[in-house]
Design a protein around this ligand. Structure first.
Ligand SMILES: NC(=O)c1ccc[n+]([C@@H]2O[C@H](COP(=O)([O-])OP(=O)(O)OC[C@H]3O[C@@H](n4cnc5c(N)ncnc54)[C@H](O)[C@@H]3O)[C@@H](O)[C@H]2O)c1
Length: 441
């Protein structure tokens, strides 16, 4: 056998065997909404997992078995920690003892809507400082196509080691949907693409030990683009129904009824619903990673820009609805008491990132409204530099207008309708109620 093939075989075979017999030491860098559930799945599958995060608060909580991620209960986490299957640290030198590393750090946008790669770069600098032969590194953070090959690979290759023979590098998009009771890390199909075929094969083998279904693809760029297609598809379709909601509002047509009726078509249609605007760490952000990258190639991503504009207008549209509903009752927004129900960016989770509720509340506050809010998942928040504390749902009874921004399932909607004098419902949460005081989006 030629020497090169023997060396490919030896590094890959050793790692493969360690993965198969659970001796591979697994590392997860970034223990947030994505990283902690992933670390838990590998620990549950029998691997010894080390989570690494820059937040001492998070690593301490993990080591106490105290979960801060909604989808992972402390009852699930604590036994894994107690059994020594999962530990967390802020010390990146732990990398030198690891065989695999999944990178799950944030990828926000800068104010200019350009990708902020600083978290990936800083995580990779730490990995490179403790890198050794035989490792599998997988980037999971959502990013523009080309990141793994153009940004991560050169940082790791500085070690003098060769990808595909001495070490293995893949991209695998994270598709977690926080709060989804049906699909969680373990049963969401996992797409993985490697820099070389050997990388893809090791990546596939690795994930298939802990997750139910793995989908190998031919390159890191395909895997990166898969995630951007999924989220861009969603963002554009939400933009379309948001525009439809504005049109229907002008024409006096109930957009919710239109969508429900259209959704009875058994083929060629998928329902998306309007709302107060996009939120979270994915849908409002990821498509701009794609448009930034395509701009480098001289292509304007026009669908993305247009949907981004329409979705960005929705908080203003909601505020206009509130203004006009109050005006019809002879009240200006200035001085009115407005109670917001639900401020997390979506139902039944505690994540406030990019939440449209923050924009709606800021706009109302700037118009002089006196604000309060209820959210069982968000005890306090800051609007325009002012701290606001959550109040009980019953507070809505004292408000001039209640705005349902996020339709948590724990809310008592019948009670809300009974006690409120005016409700602007941006989620069709009050679908079952017919009452003059309800104004729908
Ligand atoms: N949250 C979601 O629903 C979701 C879904 C799919 C994909 N994603 C993507 O997954 C990635 C992670 O998202 P998330 O929601 O888990 O973010 P998060 O903010 O919840 O978690 C990221 C973690 O990384 C840590 N961190 C930051 N810099 C670090 C560094 N240099 N080294 C080690 N740790 C570091 C942070 O302290 C934090 O704990 C992002 O790219 C996001 O777009 C998120």
């Amino acid at each position: 056998m030629p020497e090169t093939t023997a060396s490919i075989d030896s590094a890959a075979r050793v790692l493969e065997q360690r993965i198969l017999d659970r001796r591979a030491r697994v590392g997860v860098v970034g223990l947030g909404y994505v990283g902690l559930p992933l670390a838990v799945e590998f620990a549950r599958a029998g691997f010894t997992v080390t989570g690494i995060d820059i937040s001492a608060d998070k690593t301490q909580r993990v080591n106490k078995g105290d979960s801060y991620v909604g989808d992972i209960s402390s009852a699930t986490l604590a036994p894994l920690v107690k059994a020594g299957k999962l530990t967390a640290t802020t010390d990146f030198s732990a990398i030198q003892d690891l065989d695999t590393i999944n990178i799950c750090v944030p990828t926000p946008l800068r104010k200019t809507k350009d990708p902020d790669m600083s978290y990936i770069v800083s995580a990779c600098q730490e990995i490179a400082a403790h890198f050794h032969a035989g490792m599998l590194v997988i980037l999971e953070s959502t990013t523009y196509p080309g990141t793994t090959d153009e940004l991560v690979l050169p940082m790791l290759a500085k070690s003098g080691l060769t990808v595909g023979t001495d070490f293995f590098l893949c991209f695998s998009p994270e598709r977690v949907d926080p709060g989804n009771p049906k699909f969680q890390t373990v049963n969401i199909p996992k797409v993985v693409g490697g820099v070389t075929p050997a990388c893809t094969e090791i990546g596939r083998l690795f994930y298939s030990q802990a997750l139910e279904h793995v989908v190998p693809v031919s390159s890191t760029q395909v895997a990166e683009m898969v995630k951007l297609l999924e989220n861009t598809f969603r963002m554009i379709n939400i933009g379309l129904v948001n525009e439809l909601a504005v049109m229907c509002g002008r024409m006096g047509i109930d957009v919710w009824e239109v969508i429900d009726a259209a959704a009875t078509k058994p083929f060629g249609f998928m329902p998306f619903y309007p709302g107060p605007g996009l939120g979270g760490h994915c849908i409002p952000i990821d498509p701009f990673y794609l448009s930034w990258k395509t701009r480098q190639a001289g292509i304007e991503a026009r669908f993305i820009e247009l949907a981004g504009y329409i979705n960005g207008q929705m908080p203003h549209f909601v505020v206009e609805k509130v203004q006009s509903a109050l005006n019809q009752r002879g009240k200006p927004v200035m001085g009115s008491r407005i109670h917001v129900m639900g401020v997390a960016y979506k139902r039944n989770i505690d994540d406030l990132r990019e939440s449209p509720a923050l924009d709606v509340m800021m706009l109302l506050q700037r118009l002089g409204a006196r604000l309060s809010y209820s959210d069982p998942f968000v005890p306090s928040l800051r609007i325009d530099g002012t701290d606001v504390t959550a109040s009980p749902e019953e507070t809505s009874g004292q408000a001039d207008c209640t705005v349902i921004v996020t339709d948590h399932s724990t809310f008592d909607y019948a009670g809300l309708v009974a006690r409120s004098c005016l409700i602007v419902d941006t989620r069709n949460a009050l679908k079952a109620f017919r009452d003059q005081k309800i104004v729908r989006l």
